[in-house]
Write a protein that binds this ligand. Structure first.
Ligand SMILES: C[S@@+](CC[C@H](N)C(=O)[O-])C[C@H]1O[C@@H](n2cnc3c(N)ncnc32)[C@H](O)[C@@H]1O
Length: 373
């Protein structure tokens, strides 16, 4: 059996709020739900081929489907992987507008992570509905949840403020730039502004010794620099063959982001194992192009940390085979800043009480046992 796979299921591409920057074109965001037969087949195959699987319910807006759908699907995971076997887990990625107390209670009972897409004080730039009250309830009820904030051209310089907003509520936030796919093209942040905004947020968090939340993805960059690459930083961990995404019509793709059709890995209805999907022409297309790009990246000083970056981002920037796009330039500069700050701490061994508890723990772990981290 292979060790682990992340499985993204888009049970519908329909969305109740149509965020302005969505990488799915409006023509794709149509009504129609996935069949439970398709869901069952994918869960069964995953349980037969992988020791563990993490399911991410995505879309479209996954909570436009009724709770009964999730009860069936989680029941299937329990049957195929073994209830409480620790072989599977779930995240629901949602805009939060349809979360209610019953659903929250169900997520707590089944230990389902809730990932809410929300930009806090700048939410209205990309989304019409505000979910501040819902977040309060999630916190009060002790659900496992975090927030993902899309950084647009209007918020590139406001990342520190967005971090502070969520820090004050003890909510973990991940800041990710809008990519130039679908409707996102009109909202992409200026690269220089994004880099500076990201560094400003990091610096604020780094010296925020009362912070109780990690700042993402910067915290993952620290782990990576200290020698502990983290698969959840999907853009920089060579994700191909480790992620698969199923659409409502059963078509399969290598990534949760909207992918061009030439990367389609076939249809769940036509394969008898997940391995079959990774033998498809679509997979050959993305892997061949990614290898060409990575060959060009191999000379870069940070290649060992970025693994050539995200193929889907590259595809929408300079093309799959080319590096040097916005995401590449931004990662290089932001990672270099994070790495130099951490190296400074390792070299100078300053008073660690100046730093936030996450940096403190990561660096002290490395200093105490350099080989262990
Ligand atoms: C497509 S939505 C689907 C799941 C759910 N409706 C939600 O809002 O989380 C998943 C995530 O993709 C992000 N997203 C959509 N289009 C994007 C783009 N062009 N660039 C970057 N992120 C994007 C959204 O902000 C959201 O966090």
């Amino acid at each position: 059996m292979k060790p682990h796979i992340t499985i993204v299921i888009k049970p519908t591409l329909f969305c109740n709020i149509d965020c302005k920057h969505c990488y799915h074109e409006p023509s794709e965001r149509i009504k129609g739900n996935i069949s439970l037969d398709r869901v069952e087949k994918l869960i069964r195959m995953a349980s037969e081929e992988y020791q563990t699987a993490w399911f991410i319910w995505h879309g479209g807006e996954p909570l436009t489907l009724p709770m009964s759908f999730y009860k069936e699907a989680i029941g299937m995971e329990e049957r195929y992987f073994g209830k409480d076997s620790m072989r599977y887990g779930n995240t629901i990625n949602t805009n939060g507008t349809l979360l209610n107390r019953r659903l929250m209670a169900y997520c707590r009972e089944k230990k389902i992570n809730v990932g809410v897409s929300y930009e806090g004080p700048y939410n209205s730039i990309l989304r019409e509905e505000d979910v501040e009250k819902t977040l309060k309830t999630l916190s009060a009820k002790e659900n496992m949840y975090s927030v993902s904030a899309a950084v647009s051209k209007d918020t590139a310089t406001k990342q520190k403020e967005i971090y502070e907003y969520f820090r004050d509520k003890d909510i973990t936030v991940s800041l990710s730039p809008v990519i130039p796919a679908g409707c996102g093209k009109c909202y992409v942040p200026d690269t220089e502004e994004f880099i500076q905004g990201s560094i400003d947020a990091f610096d604020e968090w780094m010296y925020d010794n009362t912070s109780r939340v990690p700042l993402m993805p910067h915290y993952l960059y620290i782990q990576n620099y200290l020698g502990n690459p983290v698969p959840s930083d999907c853009a920089h961990t060579s994700c191909l063959t480790k992620w698969i995404c199923m659409y409502p019509d059963g078509s399969l793709y290598p990534c949760a982001k909207a992918c061009p059709k030439e990367f389609c890995l076939g249809n769940i209805d036509d394969i008898s194992s997940i391995a079959d999907a990774f033998k498809s022409e679509g997979f050959r297309n993305i892997i061949a192009g990614s290898i060409k790009r990575r060959e060009k990246c191999a000379y870069c000083e940070i290649y060992d940390f970025c693994n050539g970056g995200c193929s889907v981002d590259a595809c929408y920037e300079n093309g799959l085979e080319e590096n040097g796009g916005q995401s590449c330039v931004a990662y290089k500069r932001i990672f270099a800043h994070v790495a130099s700050e951490i190296q400074h701490i390792l070299d100078e061994k300053p008073d660690m009480d100046r730093y936030n508890p996450f940096i403190k723990e990561a660096v002290i772990g490395k200093l105490i046992n350099p080989k262990n981290v």
